[in-house]
Design a protein around this ligand. Structure first.
Ligand code: PMP
Length: 437
């Protein structure tokens, strides 16, 4: 029987009626999406949007890339196995082979691959558990403004107060240290960390591990310098503390190289990878483990969805299509520089400090230092057909994350809409201030 209330509210009414209040992105982008291709999405009314969000980093190669879609369709058509727990499948062995040959070996990285469950937080949880098991220590050090996921272990190393309150229980066994630049450019926060660990009176227990994002994406596009990352890795090594790099959002080429830590020349003990690993937005995560640290007992950490074979198929296709050479990395760096320049000019025109522009590769941020203004920019962007998100503890940072393969014309069009939204919101803001004056 047709639902009469639908006639009044449209298909969005179904969301309002049935989906939990916890829903979030639908509130920022209030339309019903239907199709997507490359860097564009269309809603059910046929309206087109440029995507500067890329599924929060899950769509580095854009939507429905033909080089990923074709092998997936072929796989399904021949009844390739879809679900397999963690049994051996051809799709999995082929993915592992490609991952080793294309990603690990050329970079001189020796890692065992754990499939911890399909999402980023699954990779983080397993890394934290393994670090505690190996060292016999309880505590994990994380950083101010870090974001590592929404399950309890990941939340305990996440900075955001609103998200932490959602836990409903005390979040313990973690210690928070200042990220690079937290106290300004003059204070070396690794030295601070090192000093606390050396001082038997500091009250900071020797942790099992340090978990770090090389660029804090959700935390407001904060870039750790390569020197800071190297110093952190050295401090971890000195104190026999494991180093976990959470590359869930900025891995898979977002900053240029496949892994975001390559620029610093460091080798973490554990690496968390998810989001764009499958290439098509299908859920897939891995925890990479230095071989001598792979001290799990069989089945000690398991889960039903660790053998998502369609995701293995598209992940392998993504590696083979885009990572056989350095072309994509170079392209991302060049596009990133272009976006950075554009934002710096825009900031200059709008009287915003140039330090408000930060980022590397195709994760760039513009900190407007005003929550209401940032919300208004995103609203205007959406109205003009641009999907743009904010980040940071007060949601003041515009986060610009187009697909890595975005073509020049679409990138320019998106940047143009972004600039118009910023200028429009600022003008409307000053008009409002004048009216209230
Ligand atoms: N780590 C980082 C750095 C992330 O950005 C995210 C997701 N935004 C996660 C972990 C959690 O991933 P998921 O949402 O897939 O659990």
């Amino acid at each position: 029987m047709p639902n009469e209330s639908l006639d009044d509210t449209g298909t969005m009414g179904i969301i309002d009626q049935w989906e939990s209040e916890v829903r979030s992105y639908v509130r920022s982008f209030p339309c019903v999406f239907d199709r997507a291709e490359g860097s564009r999405l269309w809603d059910e009314d046929g309206r087109c949007y440029i995507d500067f969000f890329s599924g929060a980093g899950a769509l580095n190669y854009g939507h429905n890339h033909p080089l990923l879609k074709a092998p997936l369709l072929r796989y399904l058509e021949r009844n390739g196995i879809t679900h397999s727990l963690d049994m051996a499948t051809r799709a999995k062995t082929e993915f592992l082979e490609s991952f080793a040959e294309i990603v690990l070996e050329p970079r001189g990285l020796d890692f065992k691959v754990q499939f911890p469950g399909p999402t980023g937080t699954n990779a983080v949880e397993s890394a934290l558990k393994l670090a505690r098991k190996i060292t016999g220590r309880d505590s994990i050090v994380s950083f101010t403004n870090a974001f590592h996921g929404m399950t309890l272990g990941s939340l305990s190393v996440t900075g955001n107060a609103f998200k932490r309150r959602g836990a409903g229980v005390p979040l313990g066994n973690s210690a928070c240290m200042p990220f690079d630049g937290y106290f300004g450019t003059d204070i070396d926060t690794v030295e601070y960390f090192d000093t606390l660990l050396l001082d038997q009176g500091s009250g900071v227990d020797l942790p099992a591990a340090v978990i770090v994002e090389t660029i804090q994406a959700e935390g407001g596009v904060r870039v750790a310098s390569s020197a800071w990352l190297r110093a952190l890795a050295a401090a971890c090594h000195r104190h026999d503390v494991l180093l976990i790099v959470d590359d869930v959002q900025v891995g898979c080429g977002r900053t240029g190289p496949f892994f975001s830590f390559e620029r610093a020349g460091i080798q973490p003990d554990l690496v968390c990878l998810s989001k764009s690993l499958s290439g098509m937005g299908l859920p897939l995560a891995v925890t990479l483990i230095r071989p001598e640290l792979d001290q799990w007992e069989p089945g000690e950490h398991n889960g039903t969805f660790r053998g998502h074979n369609p995701a293995f198929v598209t992940a392998r296709a993504a590696l083979e299509s885009f990572w056989q050479d350095e072309d994509l990395s170079r392209e991302v760096v060049a596009k990133g520089q272009h976006v950075h320049r554009f934002l710096t000019e825009l900031a200059g025109k709008c009287g915003i400090a140039r330090e408000s522009v930060r980022g590397l590769g195709l994760i760039q941020g513009l900190d407007l230092e005003n929550t209401g203004l940032t919300r208004e920019v995103c609203r205007r962007a959406f109205e003009s057909g641009l999907i743009l998100e904010s980040s940071g503890p007060e949601s003041t940072v515009l986060k610009i994350m187009p697909p890595l393969l975005v073509d020049t014309a679409t990138l320019e069009e998106g940047l143009h809409r972004l600039a118009a939204s910023v200028i429009g919101a600022l003008e409307a803001g000053s008009a409002e201030t004048e009216t209230h004056a």
